[in-house]
Design a protein around this ligand. Structure first.
Ligand code: SF4
Length: 220
């Protein structure tokens, strides 16, 4: 394995920042951080700003329900704590059935879901410069994902929290960039693993060992 030049937290064997029961490594981001910069973030979290409410709400959900509730339920709990009632959902076409279930959960919790599908606007992939041979079904009309329009339509609804339901890698980035409301993710799309990308990492020594093969990675 090549030597890592710019050491960061992923190369740390101590994780001392969590409980301070070990030692900081020679190259540590906590030790190197400017106290004034750290203190400014702490001041933000302690205050009354929206960011502060969000930070504390997220920590409360973790602390109250650690390992007791699912992410679906955590989103309900988090939305209530930040007083978000209008919940936008940016859904992938492939997850629309799961989105329908999620909207039932939100309504049962007294929240107001509003969903925009990734194919909204119905623009053919070739219209944005994607060659026909890259369609899933060549030669047919096939709408491109339109995450910017998804965000704009949710912005127009003045949603207070937007939830990503399985948007593609990169489309989720654009959605988050253009969303005016805070964004969280319920489903992270991974077609190969039933939307559980951690599986690939868990099985790196067996079924997924190709992900460390430079020859394979060169083909991606
Ligand atoms: S901040 Fe320091 S102690 Fe914490 S994970 Fe990073 S390098 Fe390790």
């Amino acid at each position: 394995m090549a030597k890592v030049e710019n050491l960061s937290c992923s190369e740390c064997a101590q994780l001392n920042c969590y409980r301070r029961n070990k030692k900081y490594p020679a190259s540590c981001l906590t030790e190197a951080a400017d106290d004034a910069v750290v203190n400014a973030t702490v001041a933000t979290y302690r205050g009354d700003s929206k960011d502060a409410q969000v930070a504390r709400a997220a920590a409360e959900v973790e602390g109250l329900f650690y390992c007791e509730i699912s992410r679906v339920e955590e989103i309900v709990s988090f939305a209530k704590r930040i007083k978000a009632t209008r919940i936008g959902i940016a859904s992938c076409l492939g997850l629309v059935e799961e989105t329908k279930v999620f909207t039932k959960v939100l309504r049962a919790a007294g929240l107001q879901p509003y969903t925009v599908l990734c194919k909204v606007g119905s623009v053919d992939k070739t219209d944005i410069g994607i060659p026909d041979e890259l369609k899933i079904q060549c030669g047919s009309f096939e709408a491109c994902c339109n995450p910017i329009l998804q965000a704009q339509l949710l912005n127009a609804q003045k949603t207070e929290l937007n939830v990503i339901m399985g948007l593609c890698v990169g489309h989720d980035s654009l959605f988050a960039k253009h969303s005016e409301a805070l964004v969280t993710t319920l489903v992270t799309k991974d077609r190969l693993t039933g939307h559980n990308p951690a599986v690939t990492l868990y099985t790196v020594k067996t079924y997924s060992k190709r992900i460390l093969d430079p020859v394979h990675l060169k083909t991606l």
